[in-house]
Design a protein around this ligand. Structure first.
Ligand code: 1BN
Ligand code: ZN
Length: 429
C-alpha cells in the first residue's frame, strides 16, 4: 500500500548489482519498494565524518551533550519524562522542524497515565517520510532508578545528532528543489521524520496491553488520518493517510554497547539493511571507524555488525517492540536491535558504563552515510555553508574518554583504494 511512483522502483546499476547478488545468494526476489539511492563519494564520506564531531553529543561525561540530558530516569508521566521530552522538543525546534506532541491517556497496571509521543518533521508538506524512531521513556523498576542508557537514551541522542548534522544539507536540498534543480522528484519529495515514542516499556510483564503504549496509539491514529487536499502536500495520491505515506520505519533500540550483532528481520527492508552494511564497509575500510586507541575498528581489523543474510532468511517478525503496530498495518520496517540483547538489558547496570564510545560513534557515522544516500543529500553543501574558520562545526577531532584534542587539519581518511569495493564483496571482510 505504500505510494511508490514507478521511478522509485527503478533500480540503479548499483542497486541492481546488489539485488542480483542478493538473489543469487539468497534465492529471493527483489523487494518491491526498494529505493534508488545515490552513492556518496569518498570525499563526501570524509566530509560527513569530519564536519561535526560524531561523539560530542554522545559523550555521557559531557554534561551538555544530548546523551547526558536524556540519561536520567524518565518513566512515563513523571517529571524526568517531561524534562527529557522538553529537551527533545527544544532541540528540534531550534532546528526549525515541525513538532507534534501526540498526547493521550491510557490505563496501565499502575493506573491511568498520560503519554506523549514527539514527532519531528523536517518538511511537513512533503509527500512522504522516511522515519527514524526510538523510545524515550525509561522502564519503571521498584528496586531502583533505571537509566536505560542503551534502552534507549543512546538511540535518542544519535537521532538528535543526526538531525543536527543533516539539517543544513536538507535545507540546501529544499532550495535546489524550489529552484527546479532537483531532477528526481521521488527523492526530493521524501522528508526525514523522527519519532520519539513514549511508553514503550511495560510497567509489569510485557503483554499486548502493557507495552508500546505510544506506538499503538500513533499507528492507529495515523491509519485513520487522511491527508486533506487543502493541506497542499505535493505529489499526494487520493486516500493517502499519515500511515500510508511512511516510506520506511527504521526503529533503533538497545544500541550503544560494544559488538552488536544486527540481523535483517524483514525481506521488505533487506535492501536497506544491505545499505547499512555497505555504509559500514566503506567507513571501516577507509579507516574512519578507528579512533583514539581503538584498533579493533582499524582497516583490516574491524568486523561487520551486520549478519550475512542467508538462504534461510525469512520474515522473523515476532519480536515485540514499537514497530509492531505499524508493521501490522503494512508499513515497511527496519528493526535495528542487537541479538543477543546487551548483557545489561533491563538491569540497573544499563547506565553510562554500559556505553562504548567507539560503538556509538560508529552508529552515528553509519546513520549519517545511509540517510544522506537515502535522501540525496550533498555533504559538499556543508563545506560551502560552514566556511567560518572559527566554527566548532569544522575540523575533525581525536578524542579520548577524558578529553578532546582538535586537529588543525581534517584527516585524510580516504586515500585508501581498498574502499572502492563492489557490493559483491560486501560480506567478505
Ligand atoms: C526492548 C527494549 N524491548 C524492551 N526494552 C522490547 C522487548 C519486548 C524485548 C519483549 C524483549 C521482549
Ligand atoms: Zn527496555
Amino acid at each position: 500500500m505504500r505510494p511508490w511512483r514507478p521511478s522509485a522502483c527503478l533500480l540503479s546499476a548499483r542497486s541492481l548489482r546488489a539485488s542480483l547478488v542478493a538473489v543469487l545468494l539468497a534465492g529471493i526476489t527483489v523487494a518491491a519498494g526498494s529505493r534508488q539511492l545515490i552513492e556518496l563519494s569518498a570525499t563526501d564520506i570524509a566530509t560527513l565524518v569530519s564536519a561535526k564531531d560524531p561523539l560530542e553529543q554522545l559523550d555521557p561525561s559531557n554534561p551538555s551533550s544530548h546523551l547526558a540530558k536524556i540519561l536520567i530516569p524518565r518513566v512515563v508521566d513523571t517529571e524526568g519524562n517531561t524534562q527529557v521530552r522538553n529537551y527533545i522538543v527544544g532541540t528540534m525546534k531550534a532546528l526549525d522542524w515541525d513538532i507534534e506532541e501526540d498526547s493521550f491517556e491510557d490505563d496501565t497496571p499502575l493506573g491511568k497515565k498520560r503519554f506523549t509521543n514527539v514527532i519531528a518533521t523536517k518538511d511537513p508538506k512533503a509527500a512522504r517520510r522516511v522515519v527514524v524512531a526510538a523510545h524515550f521513556d525509561s522502564k519503571w523498576f521498584e528496586s531502583g532508578e533505571f537509566l536505560g542508557a542503551t534502552d534507549s537514551a543512546a538511540p535518542c541522542a544519535i537521532m538528535l545528532d543526526l538531525a543536527e548534522t543533516l539539517n543544513p544539507m536538507l535545507e540546501s536540498r529544499a532550495t535546489r528543489f524550489d529552484d527546479g534543480e532537483e531532477d528526481d522528484d521521488d527523492v526530493a519529495d521524501t522528508t526525514l521524520q523522527l519519532i520519539f515514542f513514549d511508553g514503550e516499556e511495560a510497567f509489569h510483564r510485557w503483554t499486548d496491553t502493557d507495552s508500546i503504549y505510544g506506538a499503538r496509539h500513533l499507528a492507529e491514529k495515523w491509519d485513520n488520518t487522511y491527508i486533506q487536499a487543502n493541506q497542499k502536500r505535493r505529489l499526494m495520491t487520493p486516500q493517502a493517510t499519515e500511515l500510508s505515506t511512511m516510506e520506511n520505519l527504521m526503529l533503533l533500540d538497545l544500541l550503544g554497547a560494544p559488538n552488536p550483532n544486527i540481523r535483517s528481520f524483514f525481506l521488505d527492508t533487506a535492501w536497506l539493511f544491505d545499505e547499512m552494511a555497505y555504509a559500514e564497509k566503506r567507513l571501516g575500510e577507509s579507516g574512519a571507524l578507528a579512533y583514539d586507541e581503538e584498533q579493533e575498528m582499524a582497516p583490516g581489523q574491524w568486523r561487520s555488525w551486520f549478519a550475512p543474510r542467508t538462504e534461510h532468511q525469512g520474515n522473523y517478525g515476532g519480536m515485540g517492540d514499537d514497530h509492531v503496530p505499524f508493521l501490522k498495518r503494512g508499513v515497511s520496517v527496519l528493526h535495528i536491535i542487537p541479538l543477543p540483547f546487551p548483557k545489561v538489558w533491563h538491569k540497573l547496570s544499563d547506565d553510562a558504563s554500559a556505553l562504548h564510545l567507539p560503538t556509538m560513534r560508529r552508529w552515528n557515522l553509519i546513520m549519517r552515510v545511509v540517510m544522506c544516500e537515502y535522501l540525496n543529500l550533498r555533504p559538499s553543501d556543508l563545506k560551502t555553508r560552514g566556511a567560518d574558520p572559527e566554527s566548532t562545526e569544522t575540523g575533525s577531532f581525536v578524542r579520548s574518554d577524558a578529553e578532546l584534542v582538535r586537529r588543525s587539519q581534517p584527516l585524510d581518511l580516504y586515500n585508501n583504494s581498498s574502499m572502492f569495493v563492489s557490493r559483491g564483496e560486501l560480506y567478505s571482510s
